[in-house]
Ligand binder design. Structure first.
Ligand SMILES: [Zn+2]
Length: 466
C-alpha cells in the first residue's frame, strides 16, 4: 500500500518547541541565554548539522575536493577552516543534477516519503532556483517568523497585510505560514501590486483596519505616496503600528514619517527564512543564534571582521534537514552592530544590509552599489525614491558609464535641478561622476518591476558579459 506522509505526524512538535521555543516563551528562554550557554547549544547543533551535511553528495564533493574528511571538524572553532560556497555552486549543482540539485540530501528513489513544499529564490532574471523544505525546515522558519513578529510588537488579533508577491518566491507564503501558526495575528495576503492594485490595497487597509504591513520599503513608500498625493488621504490616520521590512539602505526616518508607524528591519532569505530581526529598540537585527551561526568576513581575504567593519555574511544553519547550509557566502554586505541592546538580549546584532557583493559595479576603479545610490536618492523630497542604474560600455576603449534614472515626485518638479543636485551629491558621496536623468513618476515601473514583483530591480548591466 502507498504510504502518504502526514504533516502533523512528521514532527514531534513538543520536542521541537523545547529546542526552538516559539514566542512568547522564546523571549524568556533562548533569547536571554548567556554567551556560554548559547555557545554550548550552538556547538551541539553545529556538530549534528555537520553530520547531516556529510550525508549529502554536494558537500561530499565540495569538501572532498578540499581534502576534508568527516571528523576533521570537531567544534565551531574549526568553522573557518571549512571552504565556503556561494550561489554559483548551487546553480552548478542544479545543472549537474536536475531538477533539484544534489545539495538537498533527498532521494525519491530510496527515501521514505515526507511532506515537501517548494519555493524559489526571487530571481529577477531567468529561471528561479528551486528549494524544497522538509517539515522541520519549514517549522523552524515559521517559529522564527513568529518570534520576529512578537519582537516587533505584533500581538494576537492584529491584522497584518502582506504586500509581498505570492507565487514561487518564498517571502509571501512564508510570512503567511509564520503569522498564522505562531503569532495569533491575521494574515491578509493582498500580495504585490500586480496581484492587488495599489488603490485596492489601500481600500482593504482602511476597511479591515490593518495594523501592520509586511513588504519591501520601495513598494510601501510608493503606496504611501499614492495615498497622500493621488487620493489626498493621510496614511498616518490609518493607525498602522509598524512596517516590517528588509530595510536595506532605504531611509527609515522618512518611511516612518510617511506612515506614522515604526519601521523594523529583518534579514531573511529564501533558503533560511528570517535569520535576524530587530527588536523594538531598533539597534540592529538580533541573529536567531539558536538557529544560525553568522560570520561577517572581508569579501576578498575572508578574514573575520570586527564591529562596524563591512563585509559579506556567511551563513551556517543549525536546524535544516534538506539543504543544510554550512558557510554559505550570501554576498550580502553588512557589519556587526556594536554596543549592547537595552532589550537585554546578547544575541549578536547586524547592521542593515548595505547591498549585494555581486551587484557591485566597478566604475573607473571605484566600487559602486546601486543600493547606495538609492540611499542618496531618498534624501531628495523632489523624488519619490524610485530609481534604476544602467551601466554600459560607451566606446571601444572600454570606457564605462553609469546612468541613474530617477522618478520625480510629481509633474511640477524641476527635473533639471533635481538631476543637477543629485549628480553633485553622487560625486561627493561616491567619488565618481554619474549621469542623472529625472523622469516622470511611474515611468521606471516596467524596468524596475516595482508594482509587479516584490523584488525590485535596481541595476541593468548592458556591458558585454565575459
Ligand atoms: Zn534588542
Amino acid at each position: 500500500m502507498t504510504t502518504i506522509p502526514r504533516y502533523y505526524q512528521s514532527l514531534d512538535f513538543q520536542k521541537l518547541w523545547e529546542k526552538f521555543p516559539p514566542a512568547p516563551e522564546y523571549m524568556d528562554s533562548n533569547y536571554m541565554l548567556s554567551r556560554d550557554a548559547l555557545q554550548a547549544l550552538q556547538e551541539e547543533r553545529f556538530l549534528l548539522q555537520m553530520q547531516r551535511a556529510w550525508e549529502i553528495p554536494f558537500y561530499q564533493r565540495h569538501w572532498g575536493a578540499a581534502g576534508m574528511e568527516p571528523g576533521d571538524i570537531r567544534s565551531l572553532a574549526d568553522l573557518s577552516g571549512i571552504p565556503a560556497f556561494a550561489v554559483a555552486d548551487l546553480r552548478d549543482a542544479l545543472s549537474r543534477n536536475p531538477p533539484w540539485g544534489d545539495f538537498l540530501g533527498l532521494d525519491p528513489e530510496t527515501d521514505e516519503p515526507l511532506p515537501l513544499v517548494l519555493q524559489t529564490s526571487g530571481g529577477t532574471t531567468g529561471l528561479p532556483r528551486p528549494m524544497l523544505y522538509a517539515p522541520v525546515d519549514r517549522e523552524v522558519m515559521n517559529i522564527n517568523t513568529g518570534r520576529r513578529l512578537y519582537m516587533q510588537g505584533v500581538r494576537p488579533f492584529d491584522v497584518i497585510q502582506v504586500v509581498l508577491s505570492l507565487g514561487l518566491s518564498n517571502g509571501g507564503f512564508l510570512a503567511r505560514e509564520g503569522i498564522w501558526k505562531y503569532s495569533g495575528a491575521v494574515p491578509v495576503m493582498t500580495g504585490s501590486g500586480a496581484q492587488t492594485p495599489t488603490r485596492r490595497q489601500i481600500e482593504i487597509m482602511q476597511a479591515w483596519k490593518t495594523t501592520h504591513l509586511i513588504g519591501f520599503p520601495a513598494y510601501l513608500r510608493h503606496m504611501g505616496h499614492v495615498m497622500r498625493d493621488e487620493l489626498k488621504l493621510d496614511p498616518r490616520e490609518l493607525g498602522i503600528r509598524s512596517l516590517i521590512v528588509h530595510l536595506g539602505v532605504d531611509d527609515r526616518a522618512s518611511l516612518e514619517a510617511l506612515w506614522g508607524g515604526k519601521v523594523y528591519d529583518t534579514y531573511g532569505t529564501n533558503e533560511c527564512g528570517s535569520l535576524a530581526a530587530e527588536c523594538e529598540q531598533q539597534t540592529g537585527a538580533h541573529v536567531f543564534e539558536d538557529s544560525f551561526v553568522l560570520e561577517i568576513v572581508d569579501k576578498d581575504s575572508g578574514v573575520p571582521l570586527g564591529c562596524g567593519e563591512r563585509g559579506v555574511i556567511y551563513q551556517t544553519t543549525l536546524f535544516k534537514h534538506l539543504a543544510p547550509l554550512i558557510r554559505f557566502n550570501s554576498h550580502d554586505i553588512s557589519a556587526w552592530a556594536g554596543g549592547t541592546c537595552p532589550c537585554g538580549s546578547i544575541h549578536q546584532r547586524i547592521e542593515r544590509i548595505y547591498g549585494r557583493n555581486d551587484n557591485m559595479v566597478k566604475l573607473r576603479g571605484t566600487n559602486i552599489y546601486p543600493e547606495a545610490i538609492g540611499a542618496l536618492v531618498t534624501e531628495y523630497p523632489q523624488s519619490n525614491g524610485e530609481y534604476i542604474c544602467v551601466v554600459e560600455r560607451v566606446d571601444d576603449a572600454g570606457r564605462e558609464e553609469m546612468t541613474v534614472f530617477v522618478e520625480a515626485l510629481h509633474a511640477d518638479v524641476d527635473k533639471a535641478a533635481l538631476e543637477r543636485d543629485l549628480a553633485v551629491r553622487c560625486k561627493e558621496a561616491l567619488g565618481v561622476k554619474l549621469t542623472l536623468r529625472a523622469v516622470a513618476p511611474g515611468e521606471l515601473d516596467a524596468m524596475t518591476g516595482l508594482s509587479s514583483t516584490s523584488k525590485t530591480r535596481r541595476l541593468i548591466d548592458k556591458r558585454p558579459q565575459p
